[in-house]
Ligand binder design. Sequence first.
Ligand SMILES: *Cc1c(COP(=O)(O)O)cnc(C)c1O
Length: 410
Amino acid sequence: MNASSQHRFTLPFPIEDNGLIIGGVSVSQLAERVGQTPFYAYDREMLSQRIAMLRAALPADIHLHFAIKSNPMPALVQHLAGLVDGFDVASAGELKTVLDTVMPPDKISFAGPGKTDRELRQATAARIVVNVESERELSQLAEIGASLGIKPKVAVRVNPDFELKSSGMKMGGGPKQFGIDAEIVPALLARINEWDLDFYGFHIFSGSQNLRAESIMEAQEKTFDLARRLAEFAPRPVRLLNLGGGFGIPYFPGEQPLDVVRVGENLRNIVPDARKDFPEAEFVIELGRYIVGEAGVYVCRVLDRKVSRGQVFLVVDGGLHHHLAASGNFGQVIRKNYPVLVGNRVVGEAVENASVVGPLCTPLDILADRMELGHARVGDLIVVLQSGAYGYTASPRDFLGHPQPVEVLV
Ligand SMILES: *Cc1c(COP(=O)(O)O)cnc(C)c1O
């Protein structure tokens, strides 16, 4: 039996001697090298390949930014600094991480509601672009600019008047805490010269985790149209047009990868017209999970095998506290299993139906619920795939006070 027929998902990593290979190293050896389980491992070469694939699919006129909230591990961000055109940050903490790289400040943007005075001062002093999400931010930035003697660079984050259809997470359209409603942006732009600010352009982000090329294509077309309408009210030609992102990755059985080539072909058709309307603008797509999600795994070790009323439980040394998303508690409505396998026994001699549970005293601490897995023994390594985004930093790691996981870039 091969791995894909057993697991009903495709393995993004090679297998040797029945062990998963991450960054050229078997997962068992990697565990020895790391010196502990649980850990997160990110495959450097896969990250590079992913960017190369995106570059080939998208027109050269579209610049690629990495949204670092999906994975702010400093070594990974340093690696990506040489591969992408810019970074998007969402806090002063993330800003620090990207300012430690070679990325030029005007290729860094800062989005997020509720930016503090201190964050706005840091952003202004760093000379990055702030995606403003309210009138309060505009006036506050103007004050900060005056006091620092620096003209703050601003782009207006627009809450669009459309949605990214069939999105895992909607972040635009309707009432939202993100951005400024499209219908009030013209009036705001008419007044923007009241503030002494350096207007760059627009940031229009409509959603996340989308696997349907048509939905993304439609949103991108609507984004260009909205930007055209708003640009008429702008104080100067648009220099930055951030089209958002939304590219999803398959997590669950039956999900198909996004057809990025189709998205790219459509962009090749629509970008030349947009280029005429925005001759000075840098067009940006910002992606998080699409760049890093598949390149990462979470690895933990089987501590115990229990059978409760006929159901096999593999109790591991990691769980919800390290990987909230895989437990189903980070945005899922109905819990579904992430792709999980026995990393040192990829194709088991025997296959069994087992649940993988963590050490926490809550029934929510599940990494796999009644899945087909190779017959695992105590000491075996359980690997959760698709774990490169929203893993380590998106989990409540202090909950119950167990040891912290380690992160490595291999
Ligand atoms: C979270 C976020 C992203 C990244 O979303 P992914 O689903 O990881 O690609 C991009 N832009 C903004 C503004 C975000 O808030």
